[in-house]
Design a protein around this ligand. Structure first.
Ligand code: CU
Length: 194
């Protein structure tokens, strides 16, 4: 027979475990959160976009890019990606997902270095498929004007960001204020002639 005293003891122990479990999961979510960015397209593939197009996250958070419609890639604006101009923090690692083909295909990155990160979809860059993430604060090459590198010593032979991308990327201060900037297709068609 279990004595009342033992029952209390085991109950106390269980409660202690429960508390431990809760504090650990609370800690984990405070350290790292996963944000979803959808890779989208209209029915005939004429219009393509990332949604949200602007996102604020904390350093160490994860981003999961997920295909919903059409075929896409996601790559950082970085000289490693066929000489694109550098528009992620100097100390951050460049990325390139390669082709993501089926709905549900996804690519994950963890962003730890604070600053602005601009990225694009390779086959759809000139259709304006791009996005901007701010990690912690507005800083780094992504916070500078698009052609800043033309004034650098040695004038690196980088490709400029195309006009449709310049048009659709939200201003960093808007992202900082709103945290999540959803892609507004009708507005972008009218504003950016995409
Ligand atoms: Cu695409």
């Amino acid at each position: 027979m279990i004595s009342r005293r033992n029952l209390l003891k085991s109950g106390g122990l269980f409660a202690a475990f429960l508390t431990l479990g809760q504090s650990q999961s609370a800690k984990a979510s405070a350290i790292s959160k996963t944000h979803i960015i959808k890779m989208e397209s209209d029915e005939d593939g004429a219009r393509v976009w990332f949604d949200p197009v602007g996102l604020y996250i904390e350093p160490g958070d994860k981003i999961r890019f997920v295909v919903h419609h059409n075929t896409h890639t996601v790559a950082s604006y970085h000289p490693d990606n066929e000489g694109r101009s550098l528009r992620i923090p100097q100390k951050a690692k460049s990325w390139n997902s390669g082709y993501l083909v089926e709905p549900g295909d996804h690519f994950e990155i963890t962003l730890s270095v604070p600053g602005v990160y601009d990225y694009y979809c390779e086959p759809h860059e000139f259709a304006g498929m791009a996005g901007r993430i701010i990690v912690g604060k507005i800083s780094g090459p992504g916070a500078r004007r698009y052609d800043y590198f033309k004034d650098l010593k040695g004038k690196p032979n980088w490709q400029s960001v195309p006009d449709p991308v310049r048009c659709i990327l939200p201003d960093p201060t808007i992202i900082l204020n709103e945290k999540t900037v959803r892609y507004d297709l009708e507005k972008m068609i009218a504003k950016c002639a995409i």
